[in-house]
Design a protein around this ligand. Sequence first.
Ligand SMILES: [Zn+2]
Ligand SMILES: [Zn+2]
Length: 296
Amino acid sequence: MNSSQIALNFGFLPYREVFGERKKPHFSIRVDNLDFHIDSTPGTGFNLITHAHSDHYGQRNVENPRAIASDETAKILEVVSEKSFLGVRFKIGETIKVGDLKIKTFPTFHIYGASAFYFPKLDLLITGDVKSWKKLPKCKVLITEATYSHPSNVFEDEIELLLEKAEEGHCLGAYPIGKAQRVARILSNDGIEFCVDEKIAKICRALGIEVGSGGAKITSPSKLKKGYILTAQKYYKLPRIVISDHLDYRGLLEMIEHCKPEHVIFYHGKASKTLIEKLKERGITVSTLEDIDVFL
Ligand SMILES: [Zn+2]
Ligand SMILES: [Zn+2]
């Protein structure tokens, strides 16, 4: 389904903002006369920031007064950018109002502060990246991610192995925004001593997560020389412990089953052919960024 078919069927226009010759990241939607840019660089309307990962462009929106982000997302963006967040903040679970339009917010458990946006008027849900779909509402149109959409991506978090290696005092490589804080919380809940590197410590402090000074060390994957890398990605040379912030292939299908959309738009990560075929078999129509053919 292309932009005009989506507009006709579902009451909002999906489009790509262009800057000179270049398309801006992800895409935008026009609802009535309001524009919302989804995890993109600042635009002429409002910027919805689902979470603080850099490939969702929050840092580029720190000083954008029309950026909309959760409290925790704003806090993380402030620490990493060393600037004050000037946009609109909300607590996840709150309903915000933009003009006459209501937007409800829901947790996706991807990282601290990760929030989905639901437009009741359109029955439209924008998830950003997702770890758990359990709190998400049903919707007619689902705008979501496809990071692990290839059927070869089937995994479970190896929490027991993580605890075992942490107890032995190993170095643990975790992405400093999000995963490191999740691991810090898992270890402290289990009473395991750990310390972290400076960048991770700053983000932990901003979110009120305590860190110690000994034991296992949580460090950025780029600084890890020996130890374990905490990821579901398969391209690292170091030994791996599977700890992912995303749904796997099965999880994506379960989320879609739970939300019961008529139409899905994959806007982040490449949707696999298998996943798209599976959804079509179930009578769900699918678009990807390539189908969005209005450029403004
Ligand atoms: Zn992310
Ligand atoms: Zn992402």
